[in-house]
Design a protein around this ligand. Structure first.
Ligand SMILES: Nc1nc2c([nH]c(=O)n2[C@@H]2O[C@H](COP(=O)(O)OP(=O)(O)OP(=O)(O)O)[C@@H](O)[C@H]2O)c(=O)[nH]1
Ligand SMILES: [Mg+2]
Length: 137
């Protein structure tokens, strides 16, 4: 099975909070919290996909981002290859443009969120990058 290429972003605000969205029940891995993002389209590079998905899903214009982490995960029903960016500068106020609730959460709150399995090492990388204790020792 070919992996689906996905670009996702961890936007950080001035209070050291990160932006998360709730996946709709009918979506793959529905009912779990995610970092906004989505599938890279044919012919599109992964940074462009990140910028497009952020505008489409939460209405933010990405001004500055850096590569944070890459992970492939097999969910059984599909394989995904996630490229994760830390978004250090953006423009606009986040709005749930596709109807999924969105929230700024502290890193402590992030640790406790129910997210898809592929996100556990991503959260570790976020905590490490932003300077907090790891979740698992
Ligand atoms: N956006 C997002 N997708 C994630 C995360 N973690 C994770 O495993 N995924 C998986 O990545 C895949 C693609 O993400 P997506 O469903 O957001 O894609 P999309 O926005 O293009 O959705 P669409 O197909 O409805 O247009 C899904 O299978 C999803 O389960 C995450 O933190 N954020
Ligand atoms: Mg999406």
């Amino acid at each position: 099975m070919k992996a689906i290429q996905v670009a996702i972003g961890v936007a950080v605000n001035g209070n050291a909070e990160v932006l998360v969205a709730l996946r709709a029940p009918e979506q793959h891995q529905g009912g779990l919290w995610e970092f906004p993002g989505g599938k890279v389209e044919p012919g599109e590079d992964v940074e462009s996909a990140l910028a497009r998905e952020f505008l489409e899903e939460v209405g933010l214009r990405v001004l500055q981002s850096e590569l944070l982490y890459e992970i492939s995960h097999d969910y059984g029903d599909r394989r995904v290859a996630l490229t994760v960016f830390l978004i250090t500068s953006f423009e606009g106020e986040p709005r749930p443009k596709e109807g999924n609730p969105i929230e700024w959460v502290t890193l402590e709150q992030l640790k406790a969120l129910a997210m898809p399995a592929a996100n556990r090492p991503i959260v570790e990388a976020v905590l490490e990058r932003l300077g907090l204790e790891r979740v698992v020792e």
